[in-house]
Each structure stands twice: as C-alpha cells, then as structure tokens.
Ligand binder design. Structure first.
Ligand SMILES: [Zn+2]
Length: 468
C-alpha cells in the first residue's frame, strides 16, 4: 500500500533540544515546532542556520508551546522564506512573541560584541536572525483556542489539547485523511505534570494510532510536586523569622510565575507572614502580564481562589512588586528584610541576580534558594555543592547565607506519567516514537513499556520517521 503521509524527525532526535518534525502529505508539508538547537557554538550555529527541507515549501507551522527549544528558530525559518501561518494557542502565541524578540535581542547584542573584538579586515559575524525577523515571525502567529479543530492544510484536521507544561502549552492532535479510515497522529509536545501551580493537568491521548512523545524524564520517578511546596513554605518561614532576605534565582518564564503564585498564595491564605515579594527582571514582568491575560489556561484551584476573593489576580499584581528598571533593582540593596527577591538567571551565570547575591551572600540571616537545574561549573552549581567561597562579578565572597535546594519543581512529566501517557490509547495504538530525551531516559522508558507488554517503540534518529 502506498502511504499518503510521512512524518520525519528533524530535531530533538536523541537529544532534548531543537524540536522540529516534518509532516508531508498529498497537499503539501507542515512543520511541527521550529525549535532552536542549543549546544556548543560552532555546531549550533550551523544546525540552526541550515534546514533539511525548504522553508518556502511549508504550508504552516504548528507550535506546541513557547519554550525556545520549540519556537526559537521560527524567525530564521521566516528569514529563509517561510510565509506563515504559525498556529498556536492564544497564550503560546503571546509568550512565543516575547521569547523570539528576547532571543533576537540577545543574538544581535552578542554578535555586536564579538564584532567589536574582531581585528579590522576580519569578516563580520551575522546574527542567526534579527529583531526584524522575530517581529515578522510574531505577525504570522494565528491563535487557536484549545480543543477547537482547524485545518492547517487540506486532508489534515488539527486540534490543541492541554499539555500542563507551561502556560498555553499543548499537545497537537492531527487527524489525517487516509484510506480506508482516518489516522490519528498525536504529538505530545512537552508533557507537564499533575498538581503544578496555576496550570491544568495534562490531557492523556485518546484514540491515537501513532504517538510521538517526549521522554525527558523517562528514567526518573518524580515526587508529587506538593512535597516541594511544603519545603518552600518552611524555608520561607524560617528566613522571615530572622528578618532575612529570601533570594531565588529563577528562569523568567514559567518558574518565576510558579514561585510568585506559591509564595503569594501562601501569604494570602495566612500560611506565611505578609512580606514584600519582588520580581526583578523585565522579561519576567512581561511574562507575568501574559499569565494574567490568559485566565482560560488556569486550573480549578486558581479559579476558586479568584472567585472566593483570596486572590485579586493570579500573580498578585496589587501586592507583588514587579521591577523593570535598574534603579528599582539597586534600591532593594538598601532595604532591610524580610523580603523575597526572585530574579534571573536561573543558573546564576548572568543577570541582575548576581548583584542581589553579592549584597546578601555574606549575611547568615539570608537564604539563597535554588530551585532550578544548574549546569556543571556554573555559580549555581557551586553553591548547590556547598562552596564556602565564591566569585561574583570578579570578586570573591564568603558564603555565610544559608543555601537551600528544593528539587521536584520540574515542569516535565516523570517516568510514571510518561508510561501512563504512552499507553493511554493502547487499544488503537500502532506505534510509539520517542523524541526529546537522552539515551538513558529513552532506554529506561522503553524498558518500562516492555514490562507492560508493549514493544512497538522507536527511539528516533534524525531523518528517521513513519509512513502513516
Ligand atoms: Zn518545554
């Protein structure tokens, strides 16, 4: 039988970055995701610049969520001739706009800096894409609400369903017009978790024939995130009791809003004393505005707290201090605790967090709270490993503040939920394809699936795929 549709994996193959998958059918080609590949410099630039398909020939892009490894190369796709549309949920469209513009700024700045260091006569470097390209890509975004069917090209009906990973995140359900009957391809995007703050729980696949899914934590069973919330409460309480500052490095989009929501809600419920919360990062402030603008994404708990008047709005805009300017940021140094300062970056490599750290790390009343994964050799990792002295912005400081790590706040499903997700449509399922996971994670999930009697799993290499 001649197959009418072909799915080819061109990214996040045996790795967790650079998601992009090509679906070709009788009426043309669609791209699922347009992610940035993040890795070592030379290889990264080449991989992001060159597409293994013709961007001009794509009829549309379908985007699952706004993380850079899923949307961060869309401006380059546009630069190379793609003319849109890019379908996404309304909240994803909103957040992806912020992400792409921010990424373009960073690239333009980095290239300008490197070019200033070049000798006269040496060829100038070019950014992967510019702010103009990002603006053009943002204009191509077409918001489609959850659970509303749409037709990205003839012969394909698509629908976004809740993924519970970050605000607006979705799985993409594709019903393909095939013979003798329709074929359902279910693309998971990134799978979130149950009981994450603000967000609804992920929807499990229904009636899928082919399931393309992520497996980032296929090797790891998470604890219920509610244990982590109890730990956060205790760390905050003990810091406030000694009038200390609670300093939290966090990524601007997702983790910052989770923390603000948790601390603010605990204060509103009377579980913690009312102390000022400062969010110090312009990007985090913008992202928080996006959260507030999308109540259609909130879970029942938030809606209940809003209805009951416990929360005025989801991220406490009336009480939480959202800082944009450097002057506002600096002014915090002179203010006494207790207070919460949430600032970027999550790994403590760059950003305003370094200034806050410099001003708080030598006082034993303060707490540095680490809630994100940190790469080896970063300042965040050194603190997590218990360093007694650290260098911050070129100067050495003794670590006298308390350093606490609270894990289990990941926004990715652990092994048990991945397994449940994989086999939810077992009755109809023909095959499972694994992407977005390192080898040890994928092997562990395949092993767990085999123990459940399921063997039709492919751990895709780049360029491999399915005839559907
Ligand atoms: Zn993600």
């Amino acid at each position: 039988m001649v197959s009418m549709f072909r799915l080819t994996i061109w990214g996040a193959a045996r790795t967790v970055t650079g998601s992009r998958h090509l679906l070709e059918g009788p009426a043309g080609a669609l791209l699922l995701e347009g992610g940035l590949y993040q890795g070592r410099r030379g290889e990264t630039y080449r991989r992001n610049r060159e597409f293994p398909f013709d961007p001009k020939g794509l009829r549309a892009v379908l985007l699952s969520h706004a993380h850079l490894d899923h949307c961060g190369n869309l401006p380059n796709l546009v630069k190379q001739g793609f003319e849109g549309p890019i379908y996404a949920t309304p909240a994803t469209a909103h957040l992806a706009t912020l992400m792409m513009l921010d990424a373009a700024h960073v690239q333009e700045e980095n290239v300008a800096y490197l070019n200033r260091k070049r000798a006269p006569g040496e060829p100038r470097l070019e950014p992967l894409y510019t702010v103009d390209d990002a603006v053009r890509a943002a204009r191509m975004l077409v918001p489609v609400p959850y659970d509303r069917p749409f037709q990205p090209m003839p012969g394909v009906q698509a629908r976004f369903v809740e993924a519970g990973h970050i605000l607006g995140s979705a799985a993409v359900v594709l019903d393909l017009d095939t013979r003798p009957g329709p074929t359902r391809l279910w693309f998971s995007g990134d799978i979130g978790r149950r009981h994450l703050p603000i967000l609804r729980d992920p929807v499990l696949p229904q009636g899928a024939h082919w399931l393309l899914m992520e497996c980032t934590y296929g090797h790891k069973a998470h604890r219920d995130p509610r244990y982590a919330y109890d730990e956060l409460r205790e760390v905050a309480r003990s810091t406030f009791e000694q009038e200390g500052k609670l300093v939290v490095p966090a990524f601007a989009i997702g983790r910052t809003q989770t923390l603000v929501y948790l601390f603010h809600t605990m204060m509103q419920k009377g579980e913690l004393p009312q102390v000022p919360i400062y969010v110090d990062s312009p990007l985090a402030v913008d992202a928080s505005e996006v959260y507030r603008a999308h109540p259609e994404c909130f879970d029942e708990e938030v809606l209940h707290l809003l209805r009951a008047g416990v929360l005025e709005d989801v991220l406490g805009f009336g009480r939480v201090h959202y800082l944009r300017t450097v002057e506002q940021s600096k002014a915090l140094n002179d203010q006494p605790g207790p207070m919460v300062i949430i600032s970027t970056s999550g790994m403590l490599e760059v950003g305003r967090i370094l200034h806050h750290l410099k001003h708080t790390i030598t006082d034993p009343r303060n707490t540095i709270l680490l809630v994100s994964w940190t790469a080896p050799h970063t300042l965040g990792r050194k603190l997590a490993d218990g360093a007694k002295r650290v260098r911050i912005l070129g100067r050495e400081y003794p670590v006298r503040a308390r350093v606490v790590t609270v894990g289990d706040l990941s926004a990715h499903a652990g092994r048990d939920l991945l397994l449940e997700y994989a086999l939810a449509s077992r009755e109809t399922l023909r095959g499972i394809g694994l992407v977005h996971g390192e080898e040890h994670a994928a092997r562990a999930l395949m092993q767990a699936l085999a123990e459940q009697g399921w063997h039709r799993v492919t751990y895709f290499r780049e360029g491999e795929g399915w005839d559907l």
